[in-house]
Design a protein. Sequence first.
Length: 181
Amino acid sequence: MTYQPLVPGSVTGRDENLLIGIEPMSPESGDEIFVYQYRYLYDTSYYSVFSVRNDGPLPVRILGIDSDAVPELTPFIGPAELLLGSPPDDPNGVIDWEESAPLNQPVLEPGSQLVMWIRWDIGPCAEGAASYMPGSGIGPPGWIPLRWSVLGIPRTSKVDLGYEMMFQLPSGSAGIGCSVR
């Protein structure tokens, strides 16, 4: 049996920089899961918010993203860093990525929620990188590999974000390859 105290929290969000739109993942199903659609640009960072709650009986230390468990894509597209969205002692504080702080391995007490920003990166152009046509794009999975520890034992869990990220070229824009930024 695997001990899994972390569950998705109640806070999600995104930044507005390069945001194209927000759409329900499956409009006909009535799901509350949304797709945050951003304009695809090489060598660019994007930000979104998620939260985790500790449903277990023991404190959990949040260590960050497990970079070894992030899917490999060329160019890199995925979660690169976690930032503290609001401190554990003020979970209802203002959630502004420009005022976020380094994660610094906070301890999440039982029954508490922690709000974090994810810095998503699209890497620089690389040989073998895909070219995208207008109306197309790519999105990472709707989870991140979160490293955490309990009683000093490190673990990694796939934490559901409650949303999906999609990086795309809007219809009507020029196609993009490595020669265009």
